[in-house]
Design a protein around this ligand. Structure first.
Ligand SMILES: Nc1ncnc2c1ncn2[C@@H]1O[C@H](COP(=O)(O)OP(=O)(O)OP(=O)(O)O)[C@@H](O)[C@H]1O
Ligand SMILES: [Mg+2]
Length: 462
């Protein structure tokens, strides 16, 4: 519970908001309390001033008594003195604290509009004001007003109680708000955590439905996409492993079968020779298959190094073709090359030779004797294209999207004349792409196939 994100977010918010709230409440409270106290003091002074105004008009015994009687009924105390400070009248019994105030008055310090003379509400027993009586410019005495400090304290206490209730309500509301907010953030995260746990357990059918357009929504979509990618990868890996084991099993079955026949006592020497040749052929094919698989594995691990160098393309093509021509001549296939001279490219010659051998090997395998294969090299401002065109059997439209897939063969039966493993074009594509180029196949069944390699010129002439 204490490790939960919602708890951590909530606690953090709570602490911060509590600090801010406490600070604001404190300022507000101090201001309001001061205002209250000032209000009480000012109203006491105003009361004294009113009595003083009346007395300035009628400074006689009945009026003095009247003021005394009035205040004896209120919670305030009035003491009226003459100009020498002697008490003429008081509404309540005079206490020592009051005498202190009355005796320590310096007439010169008190303005005609009166003054608060004791504002120590949290220390003494009374607060006090003094309103001097002046008749015809002559100082006649003082109206002292006293209020018990408990009166002020009561007012402040009232305010404190109100603040306490307001603070409690605010804290409760803050907790509720934070709880809801942190759930709002933490809930989708918990869902995503559960989803990733499912992923690691091997369940790739994770669907996180979220309508949110914020970062959490994006994260949920990424996790869903990741689960789909994982699912696809897992299926592809299983299919690939199944194909590889099939590819390995077939030649091994041949080899074992022919080896068994050779072992039979009634096999003639001629037959033995023939079967040994087949076994050798199958072994060679197996070696090529394993070499190609190993090369693809290296490409997948990014362990596949391309060592580019400046190469004169036409000369390079001629060299390869001269080596292949005898093989093609066996099948009476003609090879024609059309290449503008002095074309410098920046490629890995060894890998590129592999590309051309793969493509020409395919063209040869799928062309009839007496047909023609041509290679055309063209350059534009940005690209160099190498197109190999054969007049062979072509590829059906439904097979075209898959021919670059690993272990994909149009001819499913593994006949020994045309039977490759279906790795040639996938390796070719990887090599071309690691040269930042692209490869495309166009074909029409019965008419022939064109393989178009496109290289970016900028890269080539570095
Ligand atoms: N020029 C072509 N004409 C007709 N079909 C072709 C041509 N090139 C490729 N194909 C088809 O595409 C498939 C895939 O070619 P790819 O080179 O990858 O495999 P492969 O030649 O069968 O085996 P490998 O190259 O590993 O020996 C082939 O099986 C073939 O059916
Ligand atoms: Mg091939």
């Amino acid at each position: 519970m204490f490790n939960k994100l919602s708890f951590k977010i909530g606690l953090l918010f709570f602490v911060f908001i509590l600090i801010i709230e406490t600070f604001l409440f404190f300022i507000l409270y101090a201001n309001l309390a001061n205002n209250r106290i000032e209000e009480v003091m000012n109203s006491l002074l105003a009361r004294g001033n009113t009595h003083r105004d009346v007395l300035e008009d009628h400074f006689d015994q009945p009026t003095l008594e009247h003021v005394g009687i009035m205040e004896s009924a209120s919670e305030f105390i009035v003491i009226i003195t003459d100009e020498y400070g002697d008490i003429i009248i008081s509404s309540d019994p005079v206490e020592e604290d009051m005498m202190d105030v009355v005796n320590h008055i310096n007439n010169d310090e008190i303005p005609t509009e009166g003054k608060i003379v004791d504002d120590q509400w949290n220390e003494g027993k009374y607060i006090a004001t003094d309103s001097p009586i002046t008749i015809n410019g002559e100082h006649k005495g003082h109206v002292f007003m006293f209020a018990k400090t408990s009166y002020v304290i009561r007012a402040v206490d009232q305010l404190s109680n109100q603040f306490l209730i307001a603070s409690l309500v605010t804290v409760v509301l803050t907790i509720v708000t934070i709880f809801i907010l942190s759930r709002f953030i933490a809930h989708p995260l918990i869902k995503m955590k559960e989803a990733t746990e499912q992923l690691s357990k091997g369940n790739h059918n994770v669907e996180l439905h979220t309508e949110r357009k914020d970062e959490l929504g994006e994260l949920a979509n990424s996790i869903t996409k990741l689960s789909q990618d994982l699912k696809r990868l897992k299926t592809a890996r299983n299919e690939f492993l199944a194909s590889v084991s099939h590819e390995l099993r077939t030649p091994l079955t041949y080899i074992k079968g022919y080896a068994d026949i050779i072992n039979r006592p009634d096999t003639s020497e001629e037959e033995v020779k023939e079967y040994v040749d087949i076994i050798r052929e199958e072994t060679e094919q197996l070696t090529v298959l394993i070499k190609n698989l190993f090369q693809l594995a290296k490409i997948d691990q990014n362990n596949f190094l391309i060592k580019r160098e400046r190469v004169e393309l036409c000369e390079f093509l001629q060299n390869i073709i001269e080596r292949i021509r005898p093989v093609l001549a066996e099948k009476k296939i003609l090879l024609h090359v059309d290449c503008p001279n002095e074309l410098i490219v920046f490629i890995d010659p060894e890998r590129f030779q592999q590309v051309l051998v793969n493509i020409l090997d395919n063209a040869k395998k799928h062309s009839d004797g007496g047909s023609k294969i041509s290679i055309e090299v063209k350059q534009t401002n940005q690209h160099i294209t190498i197109t190999t065109i054969d007049e062979g059997e072509g590829i059906h439209e439904q097979d075209l999207p898959y021919i670059f897939d690993r272990l994909y063969r149009v001819e499913k039966s593994r006949s020994r004349q045309s039977g490759g493993a279906g790795l040639g074009l996938s390796i070719t594509k990887e090599i071309i792409e690691s040269h930042d180029g692209s490869i495309e196949v166009q074909s029409e069944p019965g008419k022939g196939t064109s393989v178009i390699i496109k290289l970016v010129r900028g890269d080539l002439n570095e």
